[in-house]
Design a protein around this ligand. Structure first.
Ligand SMILES: N[C@@H](CCC(=O)N[C@@H](CS)C(=O)NCC(=O)O)C(=O)O
Length: 233
């Protein structure tokens, strides 16, 4: 059994997809980051970085419980545990890992910062930051489209954890301003992944999760965004 701590964000959606794809038994434990639950000592003991997702594998290495944080590491752990969605052949494996790293170090931060400056940062006054992250996000959409013109999936000819990591960040492509009709390879991949049963299950399960994002207090929002009394000089 796997205890899966998360809420509704793309980094959490990746793990939902992987757990559904592999069929591993899991228990979902909501951590409402808009209510500062990630800062509770019992959660900080699982992830000193105080972010979701986190898993605790009750039957980890040596039949002992093992805790994993960071969504990329969780995907790699679950792939190694099950022998699925990460090729064994070294070159093919590193093809997948490279594109997984593009997601965790590129797509996640750029798309996440775009969302922040698009939806949450005060306007006017943040046009430079908004433009910087929108341009980087749209550049990455072009990169995904280019890669998916060379290979069926991001990691190569097989669906892998690189696809599962990237897909959730692109679900809002319309709101993000990506012109999908000008990204035909990306569109083909997006539509194929959207039709996968595990992805559909993830979307259905996400819809049932309650978050206090819309009702978060100013203090909880300030803490989440490192601003107000939480800003550091
Ligand atoms: N690099 C991390 C990022 C995780 C992350 O940013 N999680 C957000 C999801 S909303 C979070 O927990 N935010 C709460 C906070 O930053 O206090 C991963 O890929 O797991």
């Amino acid at each position: 059994m796997i205890d899966f701590y998360g809420l509704t964000s793309p980094n959490v959606q990746k793990i939902f997809i992987m757990l559904e794809e592999t069929g591993l038994p899991y228990k979902f434990i909501p951590v409402d980051v808009w209510a500062s639950e990630q800062h509770k000592p019992e959660f900080a003991r699982l992830n000193p970085n105080k972010k979701i997702p986190v898993i605790v594998d009750r039957e980890g290495p040596g039949s002992k419980p093992y805790t994993v944080f960071e969504s990329g590491a969780i995907l790699m752990y679950l792939a190694e545990k099950t022998g699925k969605f990460l090729p064994k052949d070294m070159a093919k494996k590193y093809d997948v890992i490279q594109w997984l790293m593009v997601q965790v170090s590129g797509v996640g931060p750029a798309f996440g910062n775009f969302t922040h400056f698009n939806l949450f940062a005060p306007k006017p006054g943040n046009e430079y930051s908004f433009s910087r992250y929108r341009s980087e996000m749209l550049r990455l959409y072009d990169l995904l489209n280019e890669r998916l013109g060379q290979a069926k999936y991001l990691g190569g000819d097989e669906y892998s954890i690189a696809d599962m990591a990237t897909f959730p960040w692109t679900r809002q492509h319309q709101a993000q301003g990506a012109k999908i009709d000008q990204l035909p390879n990306f569109k083909r991949w997006f539509e194929e992944l959207s039709a996968r049963p595990a992805v559909k299950t993830m979307i259905a399960k996400q819809a049932d999760i309650k978050s206090s994002r819309e009702t978060a207090t100013d203090d909880n929002k300030d803490r989440f965004f490192n601003r107000g009394k939480y800003a550091r000089a």
